[in-house]
Design a protein around this ligand. Structure first.
Ligand SMILES: [Zn+2]
Ligand SMILES: [Zn+2]
Length: 406
């Protein structure tokens, strides 16, 4: 059946018309399980006020995106399809998707072998085109976003407390994860997506859709640890690395009331760091001496996505303070630190992985209230390869966002 499905999917992807053959195949696919979970009320899903996204009724929906076919090759346009609308599903027209360093790590195989072709992207922002029969949080036209997850087990203690990002049974990532039907999830470098409403967030009206995407991975990834470690007025915080995550971390920590110092390897970012709210900027290069900052900081948020010298930074924490890593480099590269480093002042080395859906919604409200937004450069689908090279070369200022209409 699986092979049949793949054949059917290819056939439909190749032919976006409304032939009888396609209708039969589409119906067969829906019955086969691609969307059988929700028997829809078509009138509600595509009523007079609905904009039918593809002329495909309740789906599955043909769409296209930029896929990687190997670790190193250029991305190429891939036609594929999104599942039929289930009862709790929301069909979303993707307007924008942010470019995250994780996308590059994943395709390059830095985090393990993956299956190609793979479409990445987990900073999606767009508009609801159709809703399943029991969707309660969104309507056609709602401004919505999807971050790094599209499903989780829903019953483990982590899921029950709203920490789906730490699901004990492993959540379903927006790309590169196995769906319940065995297919691999395809991400947001595409024009259309179908997601369970529980993993869709609402974008506040005051946040531009193009600027919303980067908040959904970069934003929540730094917001969650800043809140967990109680960053607040009177606290001195160092943000290590001023990239996509770092430039949002500086703004968020400043809005939470902390005094922020940026530590960067790029001297030309000093002015930007201050514009984002940093009181001080330290340049980290080989042989840099930070001994004058010994025990200066209440918290360090380390956003550097590759192996680096932790012994240089842990000693600038106050006693009992924490350095939290949110950037992850190549998994085969160890990132060791000295035997004595944490012992001398009872410091902690920690890590944090994005945030739950409820916390993501809270973060969006916080950003709307405090007028926090990423500094973005819009690119077209055809400019992604070039943008990736700039991200790797630390030339992004500070987040590339793909405009699906461009
Ligand atoms: Zn990301
Ligand atoms: Zn779970």
């Amino acid at each position: 059946m699986k092979e049949d499905n793949e054949h059917v999917q290819r056939t439909i992807a190749e032919d976006n018309g409304q032939s009888r053959r396609e209708f039969i195949l589409t119906s067969a696919l829906a019955v086969a399980g691609a969307g059988a979970a929700g028997i829809l009320n078509p009138a509600r899903a595509f009523g007079a006020e609905s904009k039918n996204p593809s002329g495909q009724g309740n789906g599955p929906y043909p769409t296209e995106g930029m896929a990687a076919y190997s670790e190193t090759g250029p991305l190429k346009l891939m036609k594929f399809q999104r599942r039929a609308l289930g009862a709790k599903d929301v069909a979303i027209k993707i307007h924008y998707c942010g470019v995250c360093h994780s996308d590059i790590h994943t395709i390059h195989g830095d985090w393990g072998k993956i299956q190609y072709p793979q479409i990445v992207g987990h900073e999606l922002a767009g508009e609801v085109l159709a809703v399943g029969s029991s969707v309660s949080k969104f309507n056609v036209g709602s401004r919505v976003g999807v971050g790094t997850m599209v499903d989780s087990c829903r019953h483990c203690p982590e899921c029950l407390r709203g920490s789906e990002n730490y699901c004990e049974n492993g959540n379903t990532q927006t790309y590169g994860s196995k769906n319940r039907d065995g297919s691999i999830t395809q991400g947001g470098y595409s024009k259309f997506v179908v997601v369970d409403e529980d993993f869709v967030v609402s974008i506040p009206d005051s946040i531009d859709l193009a600027e919303a995407g980067p908040l959904l991975c970069a934003g929540i990834t730094v917001y969650s640890p800043l809140r967990h470690w109680n960053v607040a007025p009177g606290k001195r915080v160092a943000v290590l690395g001023l990239g996509g995550l770092g430039h949002l971390a500086v703004q968020l920590a400043t809005a939470l009331g902390a005094e922020v110092t940026v530590i960067t390897t790029s001297p030309d970012k000093a002015e930007d760091a201050r514009r984002f709210g940093a009181k001080d900027v330290l340049i980290s290069k080989d042989g840099a001496d930070f001994s004058k900052y010994k025990r200066a900081f209440d918290f360090i948020l380390d956003t550097v996505p590759y192996q680096h010298d932790l012994d240089r930074f842990i000693p600038i924490l106050k006693r009992d303070a924490t350095l939290c890593r949110v950037g992850v480099g190549k998994l085969t590269t160890q990132n060791e630190y000295g035997q004595m480093t944490t012992v001398l002042s009872r410091t902690s080395l920690a890590g944090s992985n994005t945030g739950g859906i409820r916390e993501t919604q809270e973060m969006l409200s916080f950003c709307a209230l405090n007028k926090i937004k990423p500094q973005i450069t819009k690119i077209s689908m055809n400019e992604i390869d070039e943008a990736w090279s700039k991200v790797v070369a630390k030339k992004a200022r500070y987040r590339f966002v793909i405009d699906m209409k461009a």
